[in-house]
Design a protein around this ligand. Structure first.
Ligand code: FAD
Ligand code: SF4
Length: 683
């Protein structure tokens, strides 16, 4: 239908068009995908979840899917994890569904049985095969246990309906129980549930069939189907093509896409994964069925979602983490304010990594996520004049939150752009998304009237003259120096100079310090030509990680074929352990694998001796060794920059410290942004 001349054209017509699903009408095509938040087990968790999901409904999510809950007690991932196996638990969910419906939203409960991914001794699976990421070997299910578990799915769905949910999502991908039944990797059964594919898919089909039979016809039944397993012994596309129409016939309302198993050694959602790189698989799925299909993985921007839908790759898009980063993602897109979206940068730091530490998930760029009842930004009782020195992540978040609360804020930075060290992070190949955070802050600072003064190094005298009600120091950190006797300045480079391209490293480089920044510098130095063309970077990702998008081989894995590394690099650390062991759980393995494939020599237990014409003399676990390198890049930690502290105190000003200037140890942008936000809440 042509738009009326009086109606402005929708910026995202496909994304914002309604769709009838089951018995309900979705206002748009954006699904908030399932994410375990840790609130499921937290004290007062159900009330907090109600507020968390309601805010996302208010923000325009077309349909919300909750974090996964097991239909059976033994399907939980760890002891103490919440499940959905009792009426009493279902009753506790009523406030959640009521809160979402009160905001005009729709919500489905995800049913997820972990099978062999459980970390407890009661785990059950098709066969007694331990997964590489679980400590426990599961017991093979008896025929009776299979029947009972299938009934559990149906009973849990009926309970969800009673509790007010609009549907369920049956988790059939990512290597969980249903997926285990589907593949020879995890299913060695010889009975009716194993062997030929027709037998292996019976469990998935029965789960859908029995669920459908127990709920009202309009109740949504989503099935999350794996389109590419990315493990040896996984499914082929031929099998996926057999399963999809069978699921439709069994009663699924919609098929959501899943990519990879948890044990896959191919990254599928980290920031280095190109946006929407798997959407083409959903397009192939769409051709197999008549029911709507959902694209997922690394969709974090309304323009990308719109493109997927406009191209006909999918009927809906699922975004999980982007709704943590910004509850109002859809509403902003609909109101022509897409440039105000706080974009998920796919870092995993505050969401998945926190969950793996058994802490509730939140978001690096939005520390309120999951804490809606605790972090309430109240209007300031008195408008105060606030000076924030330093426009890195800490200063940016502090200035913005203070201004949003109604304070009059001036933000100073010596550099000509905002961002501090985050400006370096965004130059690392695979971290380009980080620029979105700076775009968000720039826009919001402008809207909230923060007086931004760039290229302005502030001193204590100027601050004293300013008569501020509060002075916040967000001056960050300085890189730590390392003495290398004999080294001339032209051989030793700081990481900032190398990353910005102000100075060039040689062909053979030693990186002193193997923390997060050292790994990033190694990635940059070995990456070679960094192609700005998204299609080329996508091809590079696919070949570097050995992905067969056609799914012709079981699991869709082929030998990786990366480009040769641009340099020979040694990544060194003093601590006598394997470099990279302390990197984050969900992304550390990716970074270690990538560098190992590029031939980076990673050495722990290194002592730095001296520099000579031959190179860098070190000891490795006490044994002398010469590294024939032509330059050294220092990534040896940081120290707080607090030079303004003493002169301010002499002038009677008691500054507040946030981010790196408060504490350099264990600093990252997550802590910096949280510090800034918390201090601004108290002003
Ligand atoms: P900074 O970012 O250092 O900002 C301080 C600002 O203060 C600077 O802009 C400086 O110019 C300004 N300033 C100092 N003195 C004055 C003065 N007197 N007057 C005016 N301005 C002043 N963190 C993550 O969480 N995840 C990552 O993946 C990640 N990757 C990184 C990759 C690289 C290569 C680097 C270098 C860092 C990375 N970080 C990452 C770390 C993250 O960027 C820092 O932890 C964060 O920027 C610290 O924030 P901050 O605001 O405390 O300080
Ligand atoms: Fe996205 Fe990082 Fe926030 Fe997780 S923590 S939602 S990955 S921005």
């Amino acid at each position: 239908m042509a738009a009326s001349p009086l109606q402005p054209l929708s910026p995202f017509p496909h994304l914002l068009s309604p769709l009838v699903l089951g018995g309900v009408r979705l206002p748009n095509r954006a699904i908030m995908g399932s994410m375990h938040t840790g609130l499921e087990e937290a004290p007062d968790g159900h009330r907090r979840m109600a507020a968390y999901y309601a805010e996302r409904a208010r923000g325009g999510a077309g349909l919300i899917v909750t974090g996964g809950l097991s239909p059976s007690p033994e399907g939980v991932q760890w002891d103490g994890m919440a499940d959905f196996s009792t009426d009493a638990e279902a009753e506790r969910h009523r406030p959640i569904t009521a809160a979402v419906h009160a905001e005009g939203g729709l919500i489905c409960l995800q049913l997820l049985h972990s099978g062999r991914y459980a970390h407890h001794a009661r785990s059950l699976a098709p066969s007694a095969l331990r997964s590489p990421v679980s400590p426990a070997t599961p017991r093979a299910m008896t025929g009776e246990e299979i029947e009972r578990t299938l009934d559990d799915y149906a009973r849990a769905a009926a309970r969800a309906e009673q509790a007010g949910y609009d549907g369920v999502e049956i988790m059939g991908s990512e290597g969980y129980l249903i997926h285990q039944f589907l593949t020879l990797r995890a299913n060695l059964r010889q009975d009716d549930w194993g062997g030929a594919y027709a037998n292996r898919m019976r469990f998935a089909l029965e789960a859908v069939r029995r669920t459908r039979a127990r709920v009202a016809p309009g109740f949504i039944v989503i099935f999350r189907i794996s389109l590419l397993d990315l493990v040896e012994g996984g499914s082929t596309w031929q099998e996926v093509a057999q399963l999809a129409p069978a699921l439709e016939s069994a009663g699924a309302t919609v098929l959501n896409s899943g990519i990879g198993w948890h044990e896959s050694r191919v990254p599928t959602i980290a920031t280095l994964v190109p946006r929407a790189v798997f959407a083409g698989l959903t397009r192939r799925l769409r051709a197999l069925v008549k029911i709507p299909v959902v694209a997922s993985n690394r969709i974090n921007d309304p323009a990308v979602a719109e493109e997927i839908l406009a191209r006909g790759d999918a009927d809906l898009v699922s975004m999980a983490r982007p709704f943590l980063a910004d509850a109002f993602f859809v509403r902003k897109a609909a109101e022509g304010r897409a440039d105000e979206i706080n974009t998920c940068i796919a870092c995993n730091q505050a969401c998945l990594d926190e969950i793996f530490e058994q802490r509730p998930a939140t978001c690096l760029v939005n520390p309120r996520a999951g804490r809606e009842t605790q972090m309430v930004f109240r209007p300031a009782r008195r408008r105060r004049r606030v000076a924030v020195v330093g426009a890195g992540p800490a200063g940016l978040s502090c200035a913005l939150t203070a201004a949003e609360r109604g304070h009059s804020v001036s933000l100073f930075d010596a550099a000509s752009v905002i961002g501090g060290q985050f400006n370096l992070a965004r130059l690392i190949p695979g971290k380009e998304e980080f620029a979105q955070t700076l775009r968000y802050f720039a826009r919001r600072l402008q809207q909230t009237g923060v007086a931004l003064q760039l290229g302005h190094r502030v001193d204590a005298g100027e601050l004293a003259q300013g008569q501020w009600d509060a002075v916040v120091l967000a001056t960050g950190v300085l890189p730590r120096e390392v003495a290398l006797p004999g080294a001339t300045a032209d051989r030793v480079l700081g990481y900032a100079d190398v990353i910005t391209g102000r100075r060039q490293a040689g062909r053979r480089v030693a990186i002193v310090g193997a923390g997060g920044i050292g790994f990033d510098v190694a990635e940059l130095l070995t990456h070679g030509q960094h192609d700005k063309d998204a299609a080329h970077e996508a091809l590079r990702y696919i070949s570097e990680w050995g992905i067969d998008l056609q799914g012709t081989v079981p699991g869709g894995l082929v030998p990786p074929s990366g480009t040769p590394p641009a340099r020979e690099v040694w990544l060194l650390q003093r601590r006598d352990e394997k470099p990279g062991l302390r990197l984050a759980k969900t992304t550390g393995w990716i970074r270690r694998t990538l560098l190992a494939r590029r031939g980076v020599h990673m050495l722990g237990g290194v002592g730095y001796q001296r520099w000579s014409a031959e190179g860098l003399h070190v000891t490795v676990s006490g044994v002398p060794r010469l590294l024939e390198v032509d330059s050294v890049v220092l990534c040896a930690g940081q120290e707080s920059l607090r030079t303004l502290e003493a002169p301010l105190r002499q002038r009677g000003i008691e500054p507040l410290f946030i981010g790196g200037s408060r504490q350099a140890g264990e600093l990252d942008a997550m802590r910096a942004i949280r510090d800034g936000t918390l201090v601004a809440m108290e002003l």
